[in-house]
Design a binder for this molecule. Structure first.
Ligand code: PDD
Length: 292
């Protein structure tokens, strides 16, 4: 693949729909200079966004958290997303959406005045893990969570996450599972669930983790299908001795971690609860595909 040229896919930039290869922003853009912006990744199946309202609500929360006005109301976002989905060749797409604090005439840390935000939206083909990959499970390493204390904001300042994810890749692992002060938080680009004694455990939804849309959906499915679950602080010991560990995200869906730091998780195989939740999640997706 030629990594220098962008694919000929349709994107949106500041009011225009154009080919990604032709999209240009200023080097003074605060997203580029300061990582000053918010983003979302929205999975779309059969060109239908999964949990769009929830993604847009999280965007609003991040924008409020970083004091950046939302440039569009929900209806406008939905229209832009629909046009980008229509203009691209894949049935299943991952919509990437980003708002930055724009490109003022000079580099200054404080927020600029009279500077419109930069609004960018692109699409990639969405390839979620196959059933074979799910059944094989995946390996992870662990690290101490040394990110900032606003992991609940989905900002484009992602160097801490990138450094962590690279460590996982260097170790031939899919993810790096993070612990802060002796408790499980999340992973570099996913949330983490544990299963102990047939109870699904999720870390609390606070400033230390991203409130994942998949995380919420998994908990909703657990409640709807009477799967015992608890949202509470999970100690590092409990995570390391769990029967099952999963990572979840919009692009990974539900992926069982069967090896952590070279040690088997539980019996080292994909657990019964993971199989059950995977089936419920796939059913939920198919309902969206069939009925919108
Ligand atoms: N990442 N935690 C972090 C740090 C994440 O970056 C993500 C998602 C999640 C899962 O959130 P959701 O279920 O809403 O996808 C948790 C996206 C996919 C990314 O940055 O590409």
């Amino acid at each position: 693949m030629n990594t220098l040229s962008a694919p000929a896919s349709l994107c949106y930039l500041n009011g225009e729909f154009l080919l990604l290869a032709n999209a240009r922003i200023s080097p003074l853009d605060r997203g580029f200079l300061f990582g000053d912006g918010a983003y979302e990744v929205i999975p779309c199946y059969a060109r239908k966004p999964l949990r769009l309202a929830e993604h847009l609500l999280r965007l609003v929360n991040t924008l409020e958290g970083i004091r950046l006005p939302n440039p569009h109301h929900a209806g406008e976002w939905a229209e832009i997303i629909a046009k980008v989905l229509d203009g691209n060749p894949w049935d299943n797409q991952s919509i990437y959406l980003q708002v930055t604090r724009g490109a003022p005439p000079a580099r200054k840390h404080t927020f600029p005045e009279n500077t419109p935000p930069t609004v960018f939206l692109m699409s990639e083909q969405l390839t979620t893990p196959s059933i074979e990959q799910f059944n094989a499970g995946a390996s992870a390493i662990s690290a101490s969570d040394d990110r900032w204390l606003h992991c609940d904001f989905k900002t484009v300042s992602l160097i801490a996450n990138c450094l962590l994810k690279q460590r996982a890749q260097d170790a031939n692992c899919i993810e790096i599972i993070l612990f802060r002060d002796g408790f499980l938080t999340e992973a570099s680009s996913s949330n983490v669930f544990a299963v102990r004694n047939d109870v699904l455990l999720a870390p609390p939804r606070n400033h230390l983790i991203l409130p994942g849309i998949t995380y919420d959906l998994v908990l909703e499915l657990a409640a709807r299908h009477n799967i015992p679950h608890e949202v509470r602080a999970i100690t590092e010991y409990e995570a390391r001795t769990a029967d099952e560990l999963w990572v979840t995200s919009s692009t990974k869906e539900i992926l069982p971690i069967t090896t952590l730091d070279g040690q088997p998780v539980g019996n080292g195989r994909v657990g019964a609860m993971a199989h059950k939740m995977y089936a419920l999640y796939q059913d939920f997706k198919h309902t969206l595909i069939l009925h919108g």
